[in-house]
Every structure is written in structure tokens, then in C-alpha cells.
Design a protein around this ligand. Structure first.
Ligand code: ZN
Ligand code: ZN
Length: 480
């Protein structure tokens, strides 16, 4: 078991659990969290997939030794269904109090009596118990390798909250460089940003802006993924890219051979992005990955991120990004700018930019539920260049899309603000993180209200959906 161990739970699920545990009667109530599991060198994340509420007096009953306990029938039913679905099991109850919480000796004794048997049903776990106060949570996590405390719980919503067993220590004073930040979101906000790991998929126009802004915000760790190099026509858009990066003295030559050489010698976009990020924050940890997120090995580098940015616009990258958000309970945002051009007249018909937050729960902005992952485009992208030519997609391929940094900035700026506001708790309580489309020619933004398809295999609640399953299902990546 990798430590520290933490729990991630989407805000609507946590609200349902809290309403059940704290109805205002100051009494004890019980429930079971059913969860997936994900491990990396940052620790183990328990990913809440569902909460099964124990009915008072039926499933949560006076105990023979403690005050109350989950009924043996309820425990057995849920444990067996977890085993069948390959999910982990965590019994939850509440204590009084607000900012600190811990198990009672009765609680711990009951774990020692009951958990070895449940651990067997669950093929070694992890499994265990959580105890909640209004603003605190503690855990006793069991595996075949031993018993571990829960370090913290993260509630993933428009305001990302972290709950600990006892109040967190005072944050260290922010570096004077961040004085103006700290005046907005405090030393604590700056410390939270410095602990974030953010993945950026695509380091072209929009991605390179996000990269610089997040580095300047003080985000502690960035994983940048792009297989592409800087070319002449990227120079006006890719932040930090120089003529030297594009080997422009060769790329401008007539000779095809010299232009090929220019391409061979030019810089990868992720390496330019690393240079920019290190200039903005010399303390940043930076993983520049030359690769494609549609390869599983590359996608899995993002599975333990705290936030994901999708700034590369293929359908396949949307598919993998959306799956990562839902499967690993990672909030994210897709950004993009689109200029539509009439094919015959070559006139610009519309200019739109989009900022699409994705939260890991039904109606959370799932790209699939919003019909933004188009099956025919996915199929088309899966073809090789030769196959595409044979199927006459090639016309579209050869026409490079218009692209301008100011448009990229429209979508990226909202996304960077969303990230900052989410993690520093600055959003209003009632904010809805809706997709935003900006119609640049009319200068008018439009919010797209949330949509959900209950059969969705990414965000839905049906048994086959990938939401919160973590390492126990495969990502929809290419295998060849
Ligand atoms: Zn208790
Ligand atoms: Zn969905």
C-alpha cells in the first residue's frame, strides 16, 4: 500500500453523505462508501463511487458492545456486492464535534473483531472505516499488508475542500514574490497551489498560455504532454518559442532537404514550455513528456494529478481526458478556439472559443454527455494517413485551421481563473461551473447548462461506467 492514503469524493456525493450524517439531531448515523483505488508514488487514493446510506433502526442499529453499529446483514450485502464489482468498502459514521475527530476505543475494538472477515470477502482490500465530524475526517484503513491511517479527504467540486482528522497546521508564510497573491487567497491558498500537480495535454497556443500562467501562479508540479515540435507557423502562438526553436534560418529555405533538417533540429513544444515554466518559477517540478496521451503509458502519467487541462484538439485526446477525469475523480477543463470557414467562398463564418470545465460526477460537464466526443471523428482519427487518403478525408487534413493567440487567450484565461478560484476557495458557494462558449464576432459569451445521460459509460451510475474505478479498469487508449 502506497502512503499517504487519501479519499477523493465528488461534492454532490459528499453533500448527500453529510446530510445523512448530520441531519441536525446530534445523533450518530452510518453509511458505507463504495470506492475504486488508485496508487502512484504520490500515495493511494480511495475514489468514492457511491454512498450507501444505512437506515436508522434497520441497517444502523444499537450495538451489543458499542453505541450503534451497521447491521451484520447490511455489512454482508454491501461487502459481497463490492467484491463482485471489484470495489473497496469503507464503513462511515459520525461523531459530534466540528474540527477534530477520531475513533473511540469501542470503534477500534469492533474493527479488530469484524474486519479480518470482511478483508477476506474483499480479497485483501483495501477496506476499513471512516469517522466524520462536520469539518474533519479520520480513517482506519485495512489491507493484507497492514493497517494505515487516512491522511485526508478531498471533496472535488467548484470549491475543492480538504478535510483532515485535526485542524491543519498554519501554512508557512508565502514567498515575498507572491505577496499580491497572498493578499487575495492567503498564505494557505499559495501553499495549496504549490502542492498541486497539474497535467497539460497539448502545448500549442492555449496550452502554452496555461503553462506560463499556472507556473506564475505558483503551481508546484506540471506534467506537459505533446509529441509535436515548434514550426514556423507556431511562432506567433506558442509562448516562449523563438525563431531558433523553429530553426527558422533553415525552415525558410526553398530546399525540401533543408526544411526537413529544420524539422529534425527544431525544439519539442514541451521543452519550450519547460523553459518558460522554469523562468516563471525556478522551484517548479516539471515533467516534459514527448508523447501522445492516447497511449496508455503516457495517459497514466496523469492519473494522480489534481487538475487536468486539455488544450489539444483531437477527438481521441478528448476521449482519454474525459475518461481520466471520471475514472480518477480529477477535475479538469477543456479549452479551444474554433474558426469556421466556408469551404467554397473561404470566408470566415464564425469564431468561437470554448472553456469547458469537467467535474467527476453526473451532470458535471462530462464531454461525452455534452456530445463533444464524436464517434465518426474518432474513427476517422484512428485511420492511418494512407487509409484516410483512400477514404478522401485528406482534403480536410491539408487545410490548416486559422489560429490566433488572442483567441486562445479568451478560452485559456477563464480556465486558469477557474483553477485558481477552485483550489483557493474563492468561488461563490452557489457557482455552477458551466461550459462557456464565447462568440467572438458578436462579443457575446453563452453558458451551456449541464447535461447528463444516465447511461453514460464515463460519468454515469450504471455498473459498467468507469467513474471512480481508478486502477481497476483500463483507460480507452490505443493498444498498438
Ligand atoms: Zn464512533
Ligand atoms: Zn457522461
Amino acid at each position: 500500500m502506497r502512503t499517504p492514503i487519501s479519499l477523493r469524493i465528488a461534492a454532490p456525493l459528499f453533500a448527500r453523505l453529510s446530510a445523512h450524517l448530520f441531519p441536525g439531531d446530534l445523533d450518530e448515523h452510518g453509511a458505507i462508501i463504495v470506492a475504486g483505488v488508485a496508487s502512484s508514488d504520490r500515495g493511494t487514493r480511495l475514489l468514492a463511487r457511491d454512498v450507501i446510506l444505512a437506515r436508522d433502526g434497520v441497517d444502523y442499529v444499537p450495538g451489543s458492545r458499542g453505541y450503534r453499529a451497521l447491521s451484520p446483514r447490511f455489512v454482508a450485502e454491501v461487502a459481497h456486492s463490492c467484491a463482485a464489482e471489484n470495489l473497496a468498502y469503507f464503513a462511515v459514521h459520525n461523531h459530534r464535534g466540528t474540527d477534530s475527530v477520531g475513533f473511540s476505543p469501542d470503534d477500534l475494538a469492533s474493527h479488530e473483531r469484524g474486519y479480518p472477515a470482511i478483508l477476506d470477502i474483499l480479497k485483501g482490500g483495501p477496506m476499513g472505516a471512516l469517522v466524520c465530524a462536520v469539518n474533519a475526517v479520520a480513517g482506519d484503513i485495512w489491507t493484507r499488508d497492514g493497517r494505515f491511517p487516512l491522511d485526508h479527504a478531498t471533496v472535488v467540486g467548484p470549491r475543492v475542500r480538504t478535510l483532515f482528522p485535526t485542524p491543519r497546521r498554519r501554512p508557512r508564510a508565502a514567498d515575498p514574490v507572491y505577496d499580491r497573491h497572498a493578499r487575495l487567497f492567503g498564505d494557505l491558498g499559495q501553499e495549496i497551489l504549490s502542492c498541486l500537480k497539474v497535467g497539460i495535454i497539448g502545448l500549442g497556443g492555449g496550452g502554452s498560455l496555461m503553462n506560463e500562467w499556472l507556473a506564475r501562479l505558483g503551481v508546484g508540479h506540471i506534467v506537459a504532454i505533446d509529441f509535436d515540435k515548434v514550426s514556423l507557423s507556431n511562432l506567433p502562438r506558442v509562448v516562449g518559442a523563438t525563431r531558433w526553436d523553429a530553426k527558422s534560418f533553415l525552415a525558410r529555405r526553398e530546399s525540401a532537404w533543408l526544411r526537413k533538417l529544420a524539422w529534425r533540429l527544431s525544439s519539442y513544444k514541451v521543452n519550450v514550455a519547460r523553459r518558460v515554466a522554469l523562468a516563471a518559477n525556478p522551484n517548479i517540478r516539471y515533467d516534459a513528456v514527448v508523447g501522445n496521451v492516447i497511449d496508455e503509458k503516457t495517459a497514466l502519467l496523469l492519473a494522480d494529478c489534481d487538475f487536468l487541462v486539455l488544450a489539444g484538439d483531437t477527438m481521441q485526446s478528448r476521449l482519454v481526458f474525459n475518461a481520466l477525469c471520471q475514472q480518477y475523480l480529477i477535475p479538469g477543463v477543456q479549452i479551444g478556439a474554433k474558426v469556421t470557414v466556408d469551404k467554397t467562398t473561404r470566408q470566415v463564418t464564425d469564431i468561437t472559443t470554448a472553456t469547458r470545465p469537467v467535474l467527476p460526477h453526473p451532470c458535471g460537464g462530462c464531454l461525452d454527455c455534452h456530445e463533444l466526443i464524436l464517434p465518426d471523428r474518432l474513427q476517422e482519427e484512428a485511420l492511418t494517413a494512407d487509409e484516410r487518403r483512400a477514404q478522401r478525408y485528406v482534403d480536410d487534413d491539408e487545410v490548416a485551421e486559422p489560429s490566433v493567440i488572442a483567441l486562445n487567450a479568451l478560452s485559456a484565461a477563464q480556465a486558469a481563473n477557474d483553477l485558481m478560484m477552485m483550489f483557493t476557495g474563492l468561488f461563490d458557494e452557489a457557482v455552477a461551473l458551466e461550459h462557456t462558449i464565447n462568440f467572438a464576432r458578436r462579443r457575446s459569451p453563452m453558458a451551456v447548462s449541464g447535461r447528463s445521460n444516465e447511461d453514460c459509460l464515463d460519468c454515469g451510475c450504471k455498473p459498467r461506467s468507469r467513474r471512480a474505478r481508478g486502477d481497476r479498469v483500463r483507460l480507452p487508449c490505443r493498444t498498438r
